[in-house]
Design a binder for this molecule. Structure first.
Ligand code: HEC
Length: 543
């Protein structure tokens, strides 16, 4: 069946040479080949558009031949789809970048040619009086002039933030800006319409609130989301993907004023407590849920003729699941009828997907992010390519197929039917006895002279580490104090101190990890649980 169609495409092109060389025909110059993929009848080509990136978070094709993208650490860029040239448009200087917070999503004005406006969502932070980061996020509109973003205007601010679960994706649809957020670690307020975390938000492009929002003078459109990572529109319907806890990642159909259940309902309403909860509170069930979780991320509706097998489907990238999935929809778009699986483990973690003007598809990898340092046991292998990449999937028409035939090392991939088995997401303590012994030694060398070998310090002079909230409490603050030192009036166990603690930023990530896990288990009665990636990210956050 497939073969017949390929031949007919080839012969059609041979006859219509002119038609084949028009700009709308998928072209390829033979470079940057990664693989090709066989669908039922179409053949797809996968090439590399950009490499050496660091966590490209959001991909947005512009009407101008550029693919706009954000990187988590605060750069806004665009890449020329044909030549691969990358231009940096802005570097955010008030960004808070740590773990999974930083620069998130982006949207372009619907009439970008006339109004070259770029909307971005990113995290910021201030230190409070306890030396803790008060993290929030904001949506800012920039104007593109030449190759720079200028005139920042804050559209929405004070979205509760954290070093994790900030979402986000944005989308402009019906001239409104839609923003999917995360719970920001505060599950208590996700159900409340008075807060912006764990919601889909809907505002005008100037930040004002539409009259027809479900709650008066309120940007909230739907509630009960845990951590939205994908949002898209198809057939006039809004879909979003979100991360579940250790179970039930979801793809949802987003409806006005609906509650998606978090933290009380995970996935479908199929447990006793979920049924009980849903008696009093109307909860919207997902279109699809995944346990074990795959970390559903970028989501894009596909309905282009270029890849007929994917028409009327949702394209989904997954992070932990390291796959690209095509979710075929029914005609009404309110049910997922089939799930197709591609590229498992092949490109590693995939954060975003976007569809270009001609029906080509772009993917962004996310192998440089915090997660693999945080849960290394989940990743038996990640591609060690040159940083993160942007990939392009396009139809391999006759011309491209002829070029494929001349390749020395062609790599033909197929749909996979069975998901790769993922290691369980157990709350494993990463602290081995060997690491703790090492931590004890390093503590003796670097800290014991002041804080005393038994961690009790010297009352009134040097604060104790034993039973100190600074040791057993907020990990980010503990790492910050060790890396950056401390010189401010503090209170530990009811006693005031105002001394000077030196900075230890010259110690390595593993050394600091071991010292801190040692003092947390020995003096702080915790499990330790600090990983080297935590130190890496705190370091990056300390400017
Ligand atoms: C030169 C003496 C000195 C050394 C060495 C030193 N500290 Fe401190 N540390 C202090 C002082 C003084 C403070 C209180 C600072 C203030 O008042 O702002 C402090 C505060 C702290 C605190 C917060 C308050 C508390 O008691 O919980 C932590 C945690 C801490 N130190 C950990 C460490 C670790 C870990 C090391 C070794 C890597 C270390 N310190 C090495 C002097 C020292």
């Amino acid at each position: 069946m497939g073969r017949g169609l390929i031949f007919s495409v080839v012969s059609c092109c041979a006859m219509l040479i002119l038609a084949c060389s028009t700009s709308s025909e998928p072209r390829w110059n033979g470079k940057n080949y990664l693989a090709h993929v066989k669908l039922d009848s179409s053949m797809l080509l996968v090439t590399e558009v950009a490499q050496n990136l660091e966590v490209p978070w959001d991909l947005v094709p512009g009407p101008d031949g550029w693919l706009y993208f954000t990187e988590q650490k605060g750069t806004i860029n665009r890449v020329d789809i044909e030549t691969g040239e990358i231009q940096n448009l802005a570097i955010l200087d008030d960004l808070f970048y740590r773990k999974s917070s930083g620069l998130f999503s982006m949207a372009l004005h619907p009439n970008f040619d006339i109004h070259p406006l770029v909307y971005i969502h990113y995290a910021v932070a201030e230190k409070d009086s306890n030396f803790l980061d008060l993290i929030s996020s904001k949506v800012v509109q920039y104007a593109l002039e030449g190759d720079s973003l200028i005139n920042p205007k804050v559209i929405l601010k004070n979205i509760p933030g954290n070093t994790y679960h900030n979402g986000s994706r944005m989308l402009i649809f019906e001239d409104k800006l839609w923003i999917g957020t995360g719970d920001a670690g505060d599950t208590r307020t996700v159900q409340e319409i008075g807060t912006l975390n764990g919601k889909v938000l809907r505002i005008h492009l100037d930040g004002s609130i539409p009259d027809d929002n479900p709650y008066p003078n309120n940007p909230v459109w739907s509630t009960g989301h845990r951590n939205i990572q994908g949002i898209t529109v198809g057939n006039g319907k809004l879909y979003a993907s979100e991360h579940g806890p250790n179970n039930d990642d979801e793809v949802n159909l987003i409806q006005k004023g609906s509650n998606y259940g978090w933290p009380d309902v995970h996935g479908f309403i199929d447990l006793e407590n979920e049924t009980a909860y849903s008696k009093d509170s109307v909860t919207q069930e997902p279109l699809m849920a995944w346990t074990p979780t795959i970390a559903t991320a970028g989501l894009e509706y596909y309905n282009h003729d270029q890849i007929p097998e994917w028409k009327n489907s949702l394209l989904l990238t997954t992070l932990k699941g390291r796959s690209f999935r095509v979710l075929s929809l029914n005609e009404e778009g309110d049910e997922i009828s089939k799930e197709h699986l591609f590229f498992q483990k092949f490109f590693g973690r995939l954060r975003d997907v976007a569809v270009g003007k001609e029906g080509e598809v772009y993917l962004a990898t996310s192998n440089m992010d915090w997660h693999q340092g945080h849960q290394p046991w989940l990743y038996d292998s990640l591609p060690k390519s040159n940083g993160d990449r942007i990939l392009k999937i396009q139809i391999a028409n006759g011309g491209i197929q002829r070029q494929l035939a001349t390749l020395e090392k062609p790599l033909l991939l197929q749909e996979e039917f069975v998901p790769i088995s993922l290691s369980p997401e157990i709350a494993k303590s990463n602290t081995s006895d060997k690491d703790l012994d090492n931590g004890a030694k390093l503590y003796g060398t670097h800290c014991a002279a002041c804080h005393a070998p038994d961690g009790k310090g010297n009352v009134g002079q040097i604060p104790p580490l034993v039973d100190s909230e600074w040791v057993s409490g907020n990990v980010a603050r503990l790492i910050d104090v060790t890396l950056g030192g401390l010189n401010q009036p503090i209170e530990v166990n009811g006693v005031q101190y105002q001394g000077e603690m030196p900075a230890y930023k010259n110690l390595g990530d593993n050394e600091i990890r071991d010292i801190l896990n040692y003092i947390r288990t020995e003096f702080g009665k915790t499990k330790g649980n600090i990983v080297a990636a935590d130190i890496v990210h705190q370091r990056k956050g300390l400017k």
